[in-house]
Design a protein around this ligand. Structure first.
Ligand SMILES: Cc1cc2nc3c(=O)[nH]c(=O)nc-3n(C[C@H](O)[C@H](O)[C@H](O)COP(=O)(O)OP(=O)(O)OC[C@H]3O[C@@H](n4cnc5c(N)ncnc54)[C@H](O)[C@@H]3O)c2cc1C
Ligand code: SF4
Length: 546
């Protein structure tokens, strides 16, 4: 930038929370419940609370009921009690329903929700308690002074593509706090920096991930089974690829369809989006969507590393909570209850620290979390997901059954996550291209018409938020060695190779389509793609119901 930057205005709080997800809002609410005098601020990059929330979701209500003992969960808009559960194994043409549900998939007492609606409801409760929530503000920069996190700066607005201020230029704000809580969710961009800065991952296994892609449908009444939660494994994924689908019937004629692919997949030609589209053509699945209308679309990465991959949770001036830390229970595909509980425990530790001698690092949070049900729950399922990485689908199912029914999570061993998901791709020359069927526009779709349904919007005249550390690598390594896997794993069609016809291939980045799933930041083989926050309020605008 050619001009000297003006100083930023600063605001001071007792506690600053980055991210208005279930974790961030639960932390803010708990802090105010414990001490109404505390000043608590939440910043959220989405245009409104819930705009960036993308989840299944069947939720366990344990944490919600601990936070609001009087709550009637059914009063949250669209929340629907689970009435029936099915676990199905698919081959290409057949569906085998398991006579017993794996214990992790037992959803008795759980609710099918739109997590966006839950988060909007939590936002209202937080505001009623006096929490200051600022949606539309992305935390872009860590403020670290004397080795301590003292807050964050929100991004400058109105910087043009060329890096120069436009007529709309507005300097970001410094939000300073005694303690900062990172609740950015899976693969947070500031969390990633903090992990490096404070060596938080030194004693943990690498974090591993999945990409979850979701469609929200309104189905015909005769195909709707209110309260039914279906989980499937098997086709169309090969047995060496972890993943599966979930179909939840909720509200009135609404169906949430979620497809997850473990990001440790090895074939660079695999497209999670196309696998999802193909899945719907299965003879046991297609009838659900017969004559139905697709309402919304989105995608988001989720943590799969579990207990072994939890980083150090505290550092001078701050803590990590929820999926920013990686508290998701993978076999259950549920992370909301554990994210909320970790946030509530962090809030208790921070409230005590503020009432006491304000230590730089609130280590009591990690100790309290270890003693809470979050740790015992995550510990008991720790060997299930790594079993699939080690032995594939069939060995993984057998190992999962042993863990669930015989040793009941008390096996004297721990299977480890040995490498990051960026390390697992084979070279294109050693892989088989996959031919996917063309979309029919009724049951199956292309990516651009899908992204349209996510209401994604970014100010076009701004610096790219998908940055390449070394632009040459996009062609020299990604294109030449891996056949540009980012053009397939990105669920929003952001990455395109152009210029092949003149033998001048180059990577075109359509950043305005990005739905903030973070998959490219995770899966890029050389970690050359670095996702940073765009201007606040940019990104998807998921409607209520998603
Ligand atoms: C496809 C899918 C299906 C799932 N299904 C289920 C399910 O059925 N049941 C269940 O319990 N869980 C499910 N989960 C997991 C669940 O959604 C997460 O565990 C939960 O949302 C974690 O909450 P969180 O608050 O930690 O993170 P998030 O919900 O990700 O919230 C983080 C918030 O922080 C904001 N943010 C991030 N970075 C910044 C920044 N720098 N500045 C400002 N704001 C920022 C984001 O916009 C977001 O609003 C699913 C997840 C996925 C992806
Ligand atoms: S560009 Fe990256 S973060 Fe954005 S949608 Fe594509 S894969 Fe996800």
């Amino acid at each position: 930038m050619s001009e000297e930057l003006s100083p930023r205005e600063a605001m001071e709080f007792d506690v600053l929370v980055v991210g208005a997800g279930p974790a961030g809002l639960s932390a803010a609410i708990k802090l105010k419940q414990l001490n109404p005098e505390l000043s608590v601020c939440v910043v959220e990059k989405g245009s409104e609370v819930g705009a960036h929330t993308l989840s299944g979701a069947v939720i366990e209500t344990r944490a919600l009921k601990e936070l609001f003992p009087e709550i009637d969960v059914g009063l949250i808009p669209l929340a629907t009690a689970v009435t029936d559960d099915k676990f199905i194994f698919l081959t290409e043409t057949k569906a085998f329903t398991s006579p017993i549900n794996p214990p992790q998939m037992n959803n008795h007492g759980n609710y099918i929700v739109s997590l966006g609606n839950v988060v909007r409801w939590l936002g209202q409760q937080a505001e009623e308690l006096g929490v200051e929530i600022y949606p539309g503000f992305a935390a872009a920069e860590l403020l670290i002074e004397d080795g301590r996190l003292v807050g964050v700066a929100t991004g400058d607005m109105g910087i043009g593509k060329d890096g120069e201020p436009t007529d709309n230029y507005q300097r970001g704000m410094e939000l300073r706090a005694t303690y900062t809580i990172l609740g950015e969710g899976c693969r947070g961009s500031l969390t990633k920096q903090l992990e490096t800065q404070f060596g938080l991952r030194q004693d943990a296994d690498p974090q591993t991930y999945g990409i979850g892609i979701k469609e929200l449908w309104e189905v015909k009444p005769e195909n709707f089974k209110k309260g039914l939660a279906v989980h499937t494994i098997g086709w169309p994924l090969k047995s060496d690829t972890y993943g599966g689908a979930a179909i939840y019937h909720f509200g009135e004629n609404l169906v949430s369809f979620i497809f997850v692919v473990g990001l440790d997949y090895t074939n660079p030609y695999l497209s999670p989006f196309q696998e999802m589209q193909r899945y719907k053509t299965h003879p046991a699945i297609a009838p659900i969507f017969e004559g139905a209308k697709r309402i919304s679309y989105g995608a988001r990465a989720l943590n799969e590393g579990g207990y072994q991959s939890l980083p150090k949770l505290t550092f001078p001036g701050g803590v990590l909570i929820g999926c920013a830390a990686g508290t998701l229970n993978v076999p259950k595909i549920k992370g909301t209850h554990t994210a909320m509980k970790s946030a509530m425990v962090a809030a208790e530790a921070i409230a005590e620290a503020l009432a006491g001698d304000k230590p730089a690092e609130v280590i009591s949070y990690a100790e309290k979390l270890k003693a809470s049900w979050v740790y015992s729950e995550l510990h008991s399922v720790r060997n299930i997901r790594p079993g699939f990485a080690k032995w594939g689908l069939y060995g993984g199912v057998i190992n999962g059954a042993v863990e669930a029914f015989i040793t009941r999570g008390k096996s004297p061993w721990t299977l480890h996550n040995h490498h990051g998901d960026n390390e697992t791709l084979k070279k294109a020359k050693d892989s088989t291209p996959i031919v996917y069927p063309k979309p029919d526009g009724k049951l199956t779709f292309d990516r651009l018409s899908s992204v349209f349904l996510s209401n994604t919007n970014h100010e076009e005249n701004q610096p790219a938020h998908l940055t390449l550390l070394n632009p040459a690598i996009a062609i020299d390594i990604n294109y030449k060695e891996y056949a540009s896997p980012e053009t397939r794993y990105c669920p929003a069609g952001v990455y395109e190779i152009v210029g092949e016809e003149t033998n001048e291939p180059r990577l075109q980045i359509n950043a305005q389509n990005c739905v903030h799933c973070k998959t490219c930041d995770i899966k890029d083989p050389t970690q050359n793609i670095n996702w940073v926050v765009p201007e606040g309020a940019g990104g998807p605008n998921y409607p209520g119901g998603m």
